[in-house]
Design a protein around this ligand. Structure first.
Ligand SMILES: Cc1cc2nc3c(=O)[nH]c(=O)nc-3n(C[C@H](O)[C@H](O)[C@H](O)COP(=O)(O)OP(=O)(O)OC[C@H]3O[C@@H](n4cnc5c(N)ncnc54)[C@H](O)[C@@H]3O)c2cc1C
Length: 382
């Protein structure tokens, strides 16, 4: 059963999808359970992904990448997340924050910071969320104050992917106090070895354990004036635009995991007997699988439609929120049904279905909790 077949994927994204599939089969799938169990950062798989040319290649060709577009990244996400969400997150986050530098940064910033990531010598991160809020982007309290020495950052960030491992992070900080609270934020490039940058891993997680997030403290962390990205006060809008792309890809996280749940449940019910027959012969079981397929195919059709809309800047915020919500909730639905069909064995921690069940709880929250997506869907319907 090839649930994430290429028929819905535009022609130009099919080659990289196939490469991602082969990589996932060789490197991600066979190692997923072990990395989940140990909770270690999958450096070896990240390096293999770099060697295969599948990491950080959304960066443009002029800065050393392959310039993969939204549809190509979505195609890769489906394949990687079907194989394992924790490892997939690590692979796809290695260039997190670069998109903002590429779109709004100066030529000097792009040369200095994008090229090493595209050439896989460095990894990056994006630091937005804080201990007190992740949803209220205009309510964040980390500040950046302009002084003669440069921009001085103070405050805390929480849940930051690669906050410990990255060479530099794109940081969202408050630079103004205007009544229009959306104009008070700016973006900065902060090298992680800057004095006043302290990061430690957050406590062990239930899901996506092969990815690492950090709690960062900025204590008079001073970066040069030229590390401001674009114009001061434009940070909120940069982020909003970036999230439109990100949410289409997070939809792909959901689709990959939903496909994994269906595949796993399908295999299990065709190999388990009760009352003298395969449990797949019970109509109730068949209906569960049919419901999973209905939800999955609807989500996938919406997600790929949204990818086209967002790529064409056609009411992007609306389509991004729609597909992120639908695809991630479809993965929750499919994982829950898949667990039920596994009976008592659903509780065995080393089962793939149990791993997927834990992982699906995350994309309904990150890149904007789904409740916030529903606010956006209602408000942005034109
Ligand atoms: C594994 C993982 C990786 C992450 N990686 C990163 C990263 O690399 N960089 C980064 O910056 N952040 C990252 N995050 C943080 C993530 O983006 C936030 O967790 C998310 O935005 C939600 O913020 P919060 O956890 O503070 O929840 P809160 O903002 O406290 O919200 C809690 C709940 O309140 C409800 N709620 C909040 N606001 C509203 C509203 N306006 N309307 C309706 N309901 C609402 C929702 O149900 C929401 O789930 C990551 C999170 C996880 C779990």
């Amino acid at each position: 059963m090839d649930l994430i077949d290429e028929s819905i994927v535009p022609e130009h994204a099919r080659d990289v999808k196939q490469q991602a599939r082969e990589f996932a089969e060789e490197y991600i799938e066979p190692n997923a359970e072990e990395y989940y169990r140990t909770g270690e950062y999958p450096w070896e798989i990240l390096e293999a992904g770099m060697d295969a040319g599948l990491v950080a290649q959304d960066i443009g060709e002029e800065y050393g990448g392959k310039g993969y577009d939204l549809q190509q990244i979505l195609a890769m996400a489906e394949e990687f997340y079907k194989a394992d969400a924790g490892i997939a997150l690590t692979l796809q986050l290695a260039s997190f924050g670069c998109e903002i530098v590429e779109q709004y940064g100066s030529e000097e910033q792009k040369e200095e910071y994008l090229r090493p990531v595209a050439e896989n010598d460095q990894i990056s991160g994006l630091a937005v969320s804080e201990p007190e809020t992740g949803s209220d982007l205009a309510g964040m309290t980390t500040t950046a104050e302009k002084t003669d020495e440069g921009w001085v950052l103070n405050g805390e960030k929480y849940w930051i992917g690669n906050g410990v491992e990255a060479d530099w992070v794109t940081v969202y900080a408050k630079t103004g106090d205007k009544e229009d609270r959306y104009s008070n934020y700016s973006m900065f490039i902060v090298e992680t070895d800057t004095e006043g940058y302290e990061a430690e891993h957050i406590p062990e997680k239930m899901g996506m354990r092969a990815s690492k997030q950090a709690h960062i403290v900025f204590d008079d962390c001073t970066v040069p004036e030229e590390n401001l990205i674009g114009t001061a006060g434009g940070g909120f809008y940069m982020l909003a635009d970036f999230f439109n792309h990100g949410r289409v890809v997070v939809g792909g996280h959901g689709l990959g995991m939903a496909a994994a749940a269906i595949e796993e449940a399908w295999a299990f019910v065709h190999d388990r007997r009760a009352f003298g027959r395969d449990i797949s012969e019970f109509q109730a079981v068949q209906h569960d699988l049919a419901d999973m397929l209905i939800e999955f195919e609807s989500a996938r059709a919406l997600n790929w439609r949204a990818a086209e809309k967002v790529a064409n800047h056609d009411n992007a915020g609306y389509w991004a929120a729609l597909c992120k919500t639908k695809s991630t909730e479809t993965s929750v639905f499919c994982a829950e049904r898949g667990m039920q069909l596994h009976g008592g064995r659903s509780n065995l921690t080393d089962r793939r279905i149990a791993r997927v069940y834990r992982d699906v709880r995350i994309p309904v929250i990150y890149e904007g909790a789904n409740a916030v997506q529903r606010n956006l869907i209602y408000r942005q319907r034109q």
